[in-house]
Write a protein that binds this ligand. Sequence first.
Ligand SMILES: NC(=O)c1ccc[n+]([C@@H]2O[C@H](COP(=O)([O-])OP(=O)(O)OC[C@H]3O[C@@H](n4cnc5c(N)ncnc54)[C@H](O)[C@@H]3O)[C@@H](O)[C@H]2O)c1
Ligand SMILES: [Zn+2]
Length: 369
Amino acid sequence: MAVIPVELGGRSYDVHVGRGLLERAVADGLLPSPGGGLCLVADGNALAHHGERLLHVLKEAGAAVAVYEVHGGEAAKSWSELERLTDWLLAQGVERGDRVLAMGGGVVGDLTGFACAILKRGTGFVQLPTTLLAQVDSSVGGKTAINTAAGKNLVGAFHQPSLVLADLDTLATLPERELRAGYAEVLKYGVLGDAEFFDWLCANADAVLSLVPDAIEHAVATSIAAKARIVAEDERETSGRRALLNLGHTFGHALEAATGFSEGLLHGEAVALGMVLAARYSARRDDCSLDDAERVTRAVSQAGLPTEISALGLECDGAALVDHMRHDKKMQGGTLPFVLLRTIGAAFLAKDVALEDVALFLDEQLQTH
Ligand SMILES: NC(=O)c1ccc[n+]([C@@H]2O[C@H](COP(=O)([O-])OP(=O)(O)OC[C@H]3O[C@@H](n4cnc5c(N)ncnc54)[C@H](O)[C@@H]3O)[C@@H](O)[C@H]2O)c1
Ligand SMILES: [Zn+2]
């Protein structure tokens, strides 16, 4: 069991990582006083597998729990679902305390977090992440959003949760492909800022992916601690520090867009490919060694994640992929900052990248390997 503080002055909160947290949450006094009402907004699959454990202890403690189920995956991060959820929360008489629990992956966390950001100009909420991606990334740091016709996550708010409980037992029911996709974000923390963690992951990937208790706890807690540190330094992504968390994401988003944000390529799989591309592009610019780029590729491949965009069967060229990048939120005055590597464990923000050069590089990658 690990407790990781996210130090944000008056908006500080703790992230608890461990097994059996959902059962222990009330006894350990973690959840808001269960007397009175609580609203549980839950992903349908997470609720089916783990809802009973949580609802049981809450009811035993005398809480009246109203449950709202979210279905439909990424499509639920929409204006219409936001309206429906916000109206429902208002109908439950939610006040400004921390009486809303968001249980599920990044979809439920982002949607519920945004609803709470705008509800009564800011209502507290608790994140109960149940995917590896949500535990190591989306539940921590306060970014909330929905998607619109213009793109993903373009409408949202910074709104920190008041508590995060990452119960490792929930990961046991996660489809293996989702687990591996979440692992890409774990590996990201090693590649961008912690060479020792990267080496540890290379030696323990199988144990982490098989959910060996000590291994998965170390992987999740180390990832969250890395994110917490960066968020504490740059909560609103103004100094460039938080932007390092986008390692692999600029390339990755272009690949997601080219595949229509479909089940064909999960976000974490796109990030895995994006990390490999960022490392190879860094080596091509002589920012890092070829050996480092190959080590990143091996670590991604070792986790059963894709490393070659030539295998995606994309019917587009490098220029078309770069066109997707031009719509990136980070685009500023015609240039796009890229997170590149000096070495494993030392990422930096490059602001001198010419998109035409990236297009040439992507053409090479689409043809080789
Ligand atoms: N806010 C942020 O900082 C941030 C960061 C990264 C990603 N995101 C967002 O997160 C979303 C992706 O999150 P995700 O990968 O968790 O996807 P998700 O929420 O869609 O969950 C993935 C799948 O796992 C299922 N599931 C969830 N928990 C389960 C469990 N314990 N057992 C079995 N099945 C379970 C869900 O029903 C879904 O089918 C994207 O919308 C992305 O934009 C946000
Ligand atoms: Zn991501």
